[in-house]
Design a protein around this ligand. Structure first.
Ligand SMILES: C[S@@+](CC[C@H](N)C(=O)[O-])C[C@H]1O[C@@H](n2cnc3c(N)ncnc32)[C@H](O)[C@@H]1O
Length: 288
């Protein structure tokens, strides 16, 4: 990606994001980049409550980007428990994204020492401070997730924030999410902004139970997932029926190395051959 082409964009809560010409997508929702980090990732993972109960927390931030999800997590956790130890692992394909965010001072939205710590992370790929130990792994998440597994890292919270499934299907497959699930503690929780049926079914096939996170503003709900099903906000009947339609056929990437085009075509072929209810019929029933 030529990140010189990343375009800075203002969102409705006053925070900035980037537009990616390569993926033809914004890094955050128009309604608010900071708000999305807080409401779609940090809040559904219950980090504020966990910070009150624990002395240490482990976080895995998949698709670190500008670093907003990690920044919002650190701010929320340290606000309620300034003494807690945080271990953070972040995965990102393109180093220059967070470097450009740093150069444009976009993380100054958060209070010190968060911008300084995340600037160190962007430059050194590592932070070793008394309250934060962080590592940033560059490269395709399908490869770097194996390094996380190799470290035996077990997360209380996982943020899953790739570009949308049609643009970045390789990070929404059953095979990739099965590796992600290995990094989740038995009591941990994964949050993502997506409510796509294919994503929810892939998470289920990866061994997780899924629930709906609250919608923010006009937007659709996101998804939360854990290993036990305990304390998850349940899916509505409409959402459960969505999982029985052709939209729920998940993305597959058996060897974890196919191109987005191949992964998309594989799913399209499965949909064409499927006997599941067409998604249009489900939509007609629910969206009159
Ligand atoms: C929606 S943005 C993430 C926004 C980010 N969480 C934030 O708070 O700024 C998606 C990110 O995924 C990264 N990405 C794209 N393909 C990837 C891959 N195969 N592995 C890891 N990261 C990838 C992009 O470079 C981009 O930074």
């Amino acid at each position: 990606m030529n990140t010189d082409e990343l375009v800075v964009k203002l969102t409705e809560d006053g925070s900035f994001t980037f537009f990616s010409p390569e993926f033809q997508e914004n890094f955050h929702s128009h309604s608010g980049a900071k708000q999305e980090a807080e409401q779609k990732f940090v809040l559904p993972c219950g980090l504020e409550q966990l910070a009150q109960q624990k002395n240490s927390l482990q976080i895995l931030d998949i698709c670190y980007g500008l670093g907003y999800n990690s920044a919002a997590a650190l701010a929320t956790i340290w606000k309620v428990n300034p003494h807690i130890q945080i271990q953070l692992i972040a995965l990102e394909l393109e180093p220059r994204v967070c470097q450009k965010a740093r150069a444009s001072q976009l993380l100054e939205l958060w209070e010190p020492p968060i911008p300084q710590l995340l600037a160190t992370l962007a430059v050194n790929q590592e932070v070793k401070e008394s309250h934060l130990q962080a590592k940033l792994f560059w490269g395709d998440g399908r490869v770097t997730i194996k390094q996380v597994i190799g470290l035996n890292f077990q997360a209380d919270a996982i943020f899953l924030d790739p570009f949308s499934p049609p643009k970045c299907p390789q990070l929404w497959t059953v095979e990739f999410l099965s590796l992600v699930a290995i990094c989740l503690k038995p009591t941990g929780i994964l949050a993502t902004y997506s409510c796509a049926a294919a994503v929810r079914v892939a998470l289920q096939l990866a061994g997780l139970t899924v629930g709906a996170s609250k919608s923010v503003g006009r937007r659709s709900p996101g998804t939360v997932a854990n290993k036990t099903g305990a304390d998850l906000p349940p899916l509505s009947l409409q959402e459960r029926e969505h999982l029985q339609t052709r939209a729920a056929i998940p993305y597959r990437d058996p060897m974890l190395k196919d191109s987005p085009e191949i992964i998309l075509r594989r799913r399209q072929n499965s949909q064409l051959a499927s006997l599941l209810e067409p998604t249009k019929a489900w939509k007609k029933r629910w969206c009159k």
